[in-house]
Structure formats: C-alpha cells, structure tokens
Design a protein around this ligand. Sequence first.
Ligand code: TUI
Length: 310
Amino acid sequence: MRVTKLLGIEYPIIQGGMAWVADYHLAAAVANAGGLGLIGAASAPPEVVREQIREAKKLTDKPFGVNVMLMNPNAEEVAKIVVEEGIKVVTTGAGNPAKFMPMWKEAGVKVIPVVASVAMAKLMERAGADAVVAEGTESGGHIGSATTMTLVPQVVDAVNIPVIAAGGIADGRGFAAALMLGAEAVQMGTRFCVATEAITHANYKERIIKAKDIDSEVTGLSHGHPVRQLRNNMTKEYLRLEKEGVPMEELEYLTLGSLRKAVMDGDVTNGTVMAGQIAGMVKKVQSCDEIVQEIITEARELLKGSRFSF
Ligand code: TUI
C-alpha cells in the first residue's frame, strides 16, 4: 500500500491531530501499535510542541508526526520546530499550508494536508503534498460541508497522490468502505480520543461512550467556522446566541479555553466536547494496540477474496 510505504508504518491507520487530546502519550501509543501517531500542536506554544516531540521520541522508535493547526498564530514557529526536531511527517488542518511546503519538502518532511474539498486537494497536490486527508463533515472539530461518502471518491478522482479518508470511520467496516471509495488509508479521531493511552479526562471519554448517533451539534456555521461537538450547555448557549446574531468576537470569548476545560478538567457540561458523528458507535476504552488490531482484523475479514484484500 502506498501510504504505509510512504510513512514507514505497518497499518494504514492515522490518528487525528486532536487539540489537547493528541499529546505525546497518544502519538507514541499509536506509533507503537503500527499506525501513524500524531502530536496535535493545536494552539500550544511552540516550545511546548518541541518538548512534546522529545517526550514522544523517548516512548517510541517508530515514525510519528505532528499536526500543525494553521489558524494558530504561532503556526510558522511550529512549522520550523518540526524541521529542527527531525519530524518526518506533518499533517495540517484548518487552512492552506502552501507557504510552509517548500521548507518542509526541502527538509524531507512528508506533507499531508487535511482538506475538505476537491479544489483544496488539487491545490495541495500542485503545491507538492505527498498525500491528502479528505475529511468529511461527520468529523469532530473544525469541519467542511461535504460528507465522507461524497468527498472521498471525488478527491480520489481529482488527484494522483494517495487519499486518506476521515470522518465517520471507527471500525473495520468503515475502514473497508473507505478503501472501496478509493482511499488508501484512514484517519480516525473519536475512537482514539477514548483510548487508554489518551490523556483525555475520564468524563470526556465517558461522554463519548454514552453518546448516541444524533448527539452532535455544529456551532459557528453562521460565521464560517463550523465546529462539530457533542450537545451540552455550551452548545445550547452558543447556538442560542448565534441565532440571536451575537457577533463572532463575543462568541469566541464564550468558547475561549472551553476545549481545554472539557478535555483536561473534565467539565463536559460547560466545556467544548469535540467529537465526530461516529461517537454513538464508540462503546469502550481500549488500548491503541487493541483498537488498531481490531479494525485491521475486521477489515481483512470483510475484504478477503476481494481486490481490496491486504
Ligand atoms: O482542523 C481540523 N479540525 C480541527 S482544528 C481544531 S482547533 C479549533 N479549536 C477551536 C475552534 C476551532 C478550531 C479543531 N478541529 N480538521 C481539518 C480541516 N481542515 N477541516 C477542514 C479544514 C480546512 C478548511 C478550510 C482545510 C482547508 C481550508 O481551506 C481554507 C483556505 O484557507 O483556503
């Protein structure tokens, strides 16, 4: 498979670069399980990202990457640190990473932008991306509008680089379906968010495990920053104010630090509980190794004898 070869990993499973959740513990655990683990730089200060990378190296000698969140005002510094620390794979989110590509390519870093449209996927291919993650609107966090089912095959048809499917995938069936849509790997967030090794607060994990299929809401649609999260006091209040036409700046104030409050402090009532629509199917805390093995075994069984068998 092109993606496993490109990244030097055993299984074509990539962990999402989730803000606060994807720290070095999770990245190293996914790497040790044979997938691609990622440290989610999110809004962390650049020196914290450097520290995280060094800690991950102590826990694994397998390849792992860093997700650079492009809305972060420190993204440029983080982009440089990734090179300085010898990171070999970068994924990016929430923007266009073109200005960092020459620096990364020169340093031999494999660049995998997360995209939510065909246009962005083509742009990234032309800019030198090694692969793209096509992320459907089923995902948690900052999202686009196309579903995984519609986005993935259209991106596959539009580019020649490998496409990694994300959004709504959490088991072997989703993995197999992604391959049938033409993807060559999957990226998963929600399932890894509840992993034993994830530092996610127990309340957050429990909220995901108790979630039903229709428990997520999308906030921020009216001001162009849609974020999928599980329904609670925060989403009710946010959506009420958004409907009243409260300006974006005031809404941002409401959510300042709210993800941290949920992930780290366990306030899943007033904090932001980002998770994908597949949360309803995520039913237990398991180690990253168990998660990866279960998905691969299930998918192999489903694809046996087909041209997708692996
Ligand atoms: O980035 C994500 N998901 C995220 S980032 C994040 S951090 C955050 N925290 C609080 C509020 C808001 C965000 C949480 N979840 N996924 C990757 C992704 N990228 N989804 C959609 C996009 C995207 C959107 C527009 C990529 C490129 C793009 O292009 C716009 C442009 O600049 O042309």
